[in-house]
Design a protein around this ligand. Structure first.
Ligand SMILES: Nc1ncnc2c1ncn2[C@@H]1O[C@H](COP(=O)(O)OP(=O)(O)O)[C@@H](O)[C@H]1O
Ligand SMILES: [Mg+2]
Length: 484
């Protein structure tokens, strides 16, 4: 019988629930735990710029000695000077290059197409002096805010070069609004820099009136970036509709760019906007792939004159983060954390040879970052339930499909039992186990007269399952791709 790390209660009764209550409670929203861009879990005290701030990040500054010209020259010449991590200035420069609040001054990689589409849209509006709306969506950490801020700068530069009036610009983060209607206050205040607001009408009504009459309409175009729009979508759909409607008035001068994290929300509010005749153009930011994450990190590190990471370490981080969420914020957090692990070990050693951040340091950082409540709960399950999760991970790992049936899942489970030589439980008990896993939020079970035809959907990220069993030989075997 194989030795198991976390399945002590499982053998006698595979259906026993051993997840602690607190873990169960935390599991109600497992996706959030998996993909949330919570940088606070890293040792760095810095906060993410995500909440409440738009467009005021730091600009990347390298160590005083680094010059970009020399740096690009270095890229051609193979030999780079060695990093001295004991030099506080160098260590600081490394951490800064990896900090989420640091904006790469040399432009963004991997978001050319998205930026181009948004820029073309804005140029079109400015050229034709027409209002318009655009909806940008994508998961957290996919570079939406950063890209839109860059586009905002590009629009101003382009208009200037073309000798056109540069549009006014206003960025609003919806999370900083005291209430949803305040958004109209902000837009109005931007348009009425000199004029006084009229007391009787609400800010929305004033905007509507202003955009309905040629005499009162502003002459300059106004580019309004509404970031973290999820807040409006979920809180007050009417405000959202009124906001987009502002671009449909005859004399409106608003170029509205709404930015939201949730992609599925588009399906819920776009049809309504379409029926109101103001469907925005949609630009979707897809999650970063492994190669993109790796390119972005390397690009950010170009301001440094030296190599900081072993290539394998960066590759490992990119692969892990891409598999989990493709969230750049998470990738940067993990890299910073790996530097801190390296730094801590350096302080303990008297070794004169400094070295670089290695695969091992990255492994520690990744373990810290991905060890979530979900992983903890998986580790507390009885063995057979853990094996069912492995069967689920195997089913969904290599395909885009997100549902299977209980019958198919049972086949995959039996295959795992066969390959690990563990006696499988019968169908009834298997179905009970799945119900327990469903109650705990790991999976969702559909309804059907026949048990085997019940639909099964994984409710957590499959990478959490693979991550939970990393380093456990028995479960590594369970997670080998099915052979049928
Ligand atoms: N293409 C990129 N190049 C460099 N850094 C990036 C890139 N995309 C994202 N980042 C980093 O990740 C952080 C999160 O990006 P952000 O634009 O705020 O994501 P979103 O708005 O989609 O949640 C940024 O602050 C930036 O540091
Ligand atoms: Mg954002």
């Amino acid at each position: 019988m194989p030795t198991l790390r976390s399945a002590t209660a499982g053998m006698a009764s595979p259906t026993a629930i051993s997840t602690p209550r607190s873990a169960k409670r935390r599991l109600t929203s497992p996706r959030r735990a998996a993909g949330s861009p919570d940088v606070s879990q890293f040792t760095s005290p810095h906060k993410s710029p995500h909440v409440g701030t738009v467009g005021t990040p730091k600009v990347l500054s390298a160590s005083p000695r680094s010059s970009r010209k020399r740096l690009y020259g270095d890229l051609v010449a193979a030999e780079k000077p060695k990093w001295n991590p004991r030099d506080p200035a160098q260590m600081q420069a490394v951490k800064e290059a990896l900090h989420v609040a640091t904006v790469p001054s040399c432009g963004l990689v991997c978001r050319d197409d998205e930026q181009r589409r948004v820029l073309e849209f804005c140029k079109g509006c400015v050229e034709q002096e027409r209002a318009g709306s655009l909806y940008v969506c994508g998961c957290p950490g996919t570079g939406k805010t950063l890209s839109i801020n860059k586009v905002k700068e590009s629009v101003a530069r382009w208009a200037d070069e073309m000798g056109m009036a540069t549009p006014d610009a206003l960025s609003i983060s919806c999370t900083s609004l005291a209430n949803t209607h305040e958004i109209f206050n902000k837009i109005l205040a931007k348009l009425l820099t000199r004029k006084k607001a009229t007391g009787k009408l609400s800010p929305l009504q004033q905007l509507q009136t202003m955009f309905s009459h040629k005499e009162s309409a502003p002459r300059r175009m106004l580019l309004v970036v509404v970031d973290e729009m999820d807040y409006l979508i979920t809180r007050d759909r009417a405000v959202l509709h009124d906001l987009f409607m502002l671009t449909t008035y005859q004399f409106s001068r608003c170029i509205l760019i709404g930015v939201a994290n949730a992609i599925d929300l588009a399906d819920r509010f776009l049809p309504k906007l379409e029926s109101l005749n103001c469907k925005p153009l949609v630009v979707t930011f897809r999650a970063y792939s492994k190669d993109q994450i790796s390119d972005i990190i390397k690009h950010r590190l170009m301001v440094l004159e030296y190599d900081v990471f072993e290539p394998m370490a960066l590759e490992f981080c990119a692969r892990k983060v891409a598999a989990a969420s493709g969230d750049m914020r998470k990738a940067l957090g993990v890299c910073r954390s790996a530097v801190e692990v390296f730094e801590a070990r350096l302080q303990e050693s008297s070794d004169q040879e400094f070295g670089v951040v290695t695969f091992d340091h990255m492994d520690v950082a990744l373990t810290k970052a991905f060890k979530s409540a979900v992983v903890d709960s998986i580790l507390c399950l009885p063995q057979h339930q853990q094996m069912v999760l492995c069967a689920l991970a195997n089913t969904f790992h290599h395909c885009k499909r997100k549902t299977t049936t209980l019958g198919e899942l049972n086949k995959s489970y039996i295959e795992i039992c066969r390959s690990t030589q563990v006696p499988a439980v019968g169908m009834l008990e298997f179905s009970n186990m799945c119900m327990v896993l469903s109650d705990q939020g790991f999976m969702k079970l559909g309804q059907s007269k026949e048990d085997k035809l019940r639909k099964v959907m994984l409710q957590i990220d499959s990478s959490e399952i693979t991550f939970a069993f990393k380093g456990n030989r028995f479960f590594q075997k369970c997670l080998e791709p099915p052979k049928f």
